[in-house]
Every structure is written in C-alpha cells, then in structure tokens.
Design a protein around this ligand. Structure first.
Ligand SMILES: [Zn+2]
Ligand SMILES: [Zn+2]
Length: 422
C-alpha cells in the first residue's frame, strides 16, 4: 500500500491541477461548467476514495494471485504481448463490472457516487466510491488468469487503466472523428452520465468502446438530445460519504419494511431501482420524471461560505498529502486515525455546505478532537519534523474550523429558502 500512497502523492496534485485548468478555461471561454459547491463536493469525494484505498480497507473475497495460481493454463512468453493482453483483459473486466454496477440494486450503491453530480466536468471523474467494500473484482479477471498474466503486470496496469478514464469527463471536447470507433471519448461519456431516456445505462466501456458496440450498449450523443446530468433519485446533499450509502440505506429500509419474505431476499439482486410493491406504494421516493425541467440541488449559499468550503477542501487535501508523504512513519494505527480525521473533515464541512443544522456539532467535535490530539502528542503525526511549529498551524486550522462552523450556523444571515433553488 505504501507504493500506492506514493503514487497518490503525485497523482492528486496532477488531477487537481487539470481540474483547475478546466475551471480557468471555462472562465476564459465564458462557458463555465463548474459550480463551486459541486466541484468541492466532487474533489472531497476523491479524497475519501484515495484515503480509503490507500489504507486497503475492505474485504477481499477472492484475490487475483489466488486465481492465477489455480487457473493459469499457459504463460505468455513475449513481454510486450503480456502488457497488451493484460490491458485488454482489464478493460473487458471493467466493462462487465460497470455493467453489473448499473444493473443490479446492490452493486449500484458503490457506483452511484460517480453519477451523483448534476454537472459534468473533470472533477466528476474524481467522484469515486468508498462503499466498494467487497473485493470480488478478481473474478472478472479470470480470462487474464487463464492466460497466465502475472500479478505484477495487473498491479501496475490497474491504476493506469483507472487514471486513463479521467480526461473524458469534460464538455469542452466535441466528437473526435475515427477515434469514436475505438476508444471512449468525452462525447460518449457525456451520454453515459446523462439521465435522458435515450442515454441511460449506455456506454459502459472504460477505455475501448468496442465492448459497448459488441454487447449492444452503445449510444451516440445526439444533437437533438442534449445530455442532462445526474441520477434519477437525486442525492440532495454535497456530502459524498452520505451519497455512498444512500442507496444501500434505502434498500435496507425497503427490505425491512416489506411484508413479503421473498422480496426481502431478492431486492438486493433485482434490477437497479426495483422496489417491493407494498413499500413502493406506502413510501414513495422522488424520481425525476422530466429530465429537462428538474431543479438542481443548490442550497442557499454565500460567497463567504463558498470561500470557506474551498479553504476546508484545500487544507484537507494538504493534510492528506502529508499523510501520504509520511505514510510509513505514521504506522497503520496512526494512519487509521489520520484517515478518520480526513473523513470526519469531509463529513463536517460538506454538511455545513448543505446548511444542515447538525453540522456545527460535527465540526465542534472535530475541532476539539484535533486540538486534544495535538495537545497530547505535542505534534501532528510527525509534522514538526518537516515543518517547525507545523502542529501549531494545524491547531490554528482546528480553531478556525470551530469558529467557522459557529459563524456559518448562527451568525451569517441566511435567506430562509428551502433546500431546492434552481
Ligand atoms: Zn456508470
Ligand atoms: Zn464517468
């Protein structure tokens, strides 16, 4: 996991830098596709994902090395061929995993975060899950195992394959000529993120679009059907941690409430969105009917709150980068505690962005917990060795967090508007 932490140390600023380039381009071209709160929410989701992944949290049901040991029929000799075969096998697995995520209730929960933004821009690419806690992915790599692709090749290619899905989350690139027949392009992926009836659950490919064309899930972006982004059951929150478990929570409630025992069991494996008849009638859930006229989530916010949210995002990112930088020194238990602070931070400030009345209590708790930890250890996870008085700076940040939460909850004049303002 340490090498993954090192990779993230460089990848994180790189991707955030590209998001910034897109923001600046939008400003320059007078065609802005970002809104502050949504982008902060997207990037925060990315932070939770990389922290979770770097800690290796989750249960591996089956591992690739295990499959390789038991299934390998041959061993590809040519070195370059191994990489090509492995990449294609990964992309094939990615297509089917993605298709599974879109079509089965239980699996949709781990993917809904990626679709939860009602915008479409580079930051949306970083909306990645923390609820993917079951490691079954290796099963989809059986073709690679049969061909004897070594584990190291998969381990090197998997993050590259994931990172290569970043660039096409943009509205600034049009159709790309003959490339549209080979790879997934921004145009095709706009269709994928759209909730228009013609587009939903289409273009599930990750790098190559040939799988969609082979298995009947391809849909071209049509000029007369402008993509409308989001999910049919809107998240209504900027909090990526809540979004990660919203669908699961609804499934649990439905399974609990339905009188039908067969439904209690099968709800998990039914098509995404399926609900038992009795609970569907009794507890209706809002679903977007007219994709062209729904109100985007936009709780009332001020310039000050936007600036404050950006400040929280930046400090949380810097702290996380320090965690990756000092990864081996901190030790596993320390990393868990550090990770908990990152999660609590994201939870707290995004809830404040939601204007949820209880946000202030989370932020008070977080701020005080941070200050107590600094007082006890006289340090912040070894930061003083790199930056003299570094722990005082972190302490100051926690003080700002406490006052910020109090200010935005009790002092800032807010208009008494409900959650939804278009
Ligand atoms: Zn998807
Ligand atoms: Zn996407």
């Amino acid at each position: 996991m340490e090498s993954y932490a090192t990779a993230l140390l460089y990848a994180t600023p790189f991707f955030i830098g590209l998001v910034l380039v897109e923001v600046l381009y939008g400003r320059f071209a007078k065609n802005q596709k970002h809104n502050v709160m949504d982008t902060v929410s997207s990037l925060s989701s990315g932070l939770t994902n990389v922290v979770k992944d770097s800690l290796g949290l989750g249960i591996i049901l089956i591992s690739y090395p295990f499959l390789l040991e038991h299934l390998a029929l041959i061993e590809i000799k040519s070195t370059w061929l191994v990489w090509v075969v492995a990449f294609i096998a990964l992309d094939f697995a990615g297509y089917w995993n993605h298709r599974l995520s879109h079509h089965i209730n239980f699996f949709w929960n781990q993917h809904v975060i990626h679709h939860s933004s009602e915008e479409f821009n580079l930051a949306c690419a970083l909306r990645q899950p923390i609820s993917n806690l079951l490691g079954y992915y290796a099963l989809l790599l059986i073709p690679a195992a049969l061909l004897g692709v070594p584990n190291t090749v998969i381990a090197v290619l998997a993050p590259i394959h994931l990172f290569a899905q970043f660039w096409y989350h943009t509205q600034h690139i049009g159709k790309m000529g003959w490339l549209e027949y080979v790879i997934v392009t921004p145009s095709q992926h706009r269709v994928h993120h759209a909730i228009n009836q013609q587009y939903i659950d289409k273009n599930l490919g990750q790098i190559f679009c040939i799988w969609d064309r082979m298995f009947g899930t391809f849909q071209e972006e049509l000029e007369e059907v402008p993509p409308q982004y989001g999910v049919l059951k809107p998240a209504h929150t900027w909090n990526p941690i809540i979004i990660n478990f919203q669908h699961l929570w609804r499934l649990m409630q439905d399974a609990w409430r339905t009188k039908n025992y067969w439904d209690k069991f099968r709800i998990w494996f039914m098509p995404t969105g399926w609900r038992p008849k009795d609970v569907k009638d009794k507890y209706p859930v809002e679903i977007i009917e007219d994709v062209y006229h729904f109100k985007k989530y936009q709780p009332e916010s001020s310039m000050a709150l936007k600036g404050y949210s950006l400040f929280q995002l930046i400090v949380t990112t810097v702290l996380m980068l320090f965690m990756f930088y000092n990864y081996s020194e901190i030790g596993f238990e320390g990393l868990l505690l550090f990770g908990a602070f990152v999660f609590l931070g994201v939870y707290g400030y995004t809830t404040l962005m939601d204007r949820a009345p209880y946000a202030v209590w989370i932020e008070l708790f977080r701020g005080l917990a941070g200050l107590v930890l600094i007082y006890w250890t006289n340090d912040w996870f070894g930061i003083n060795a790199f930056l003299p008085m570094g722990s005082y700076l972190v302490g100051l940040y926690f003080v700002v967090t406490i006052f910020g939460a109090i200010y935005f909850t009790y002092f800032e004049k807010t208009l008494a508007t409900p959650d939804l303002v278009s």
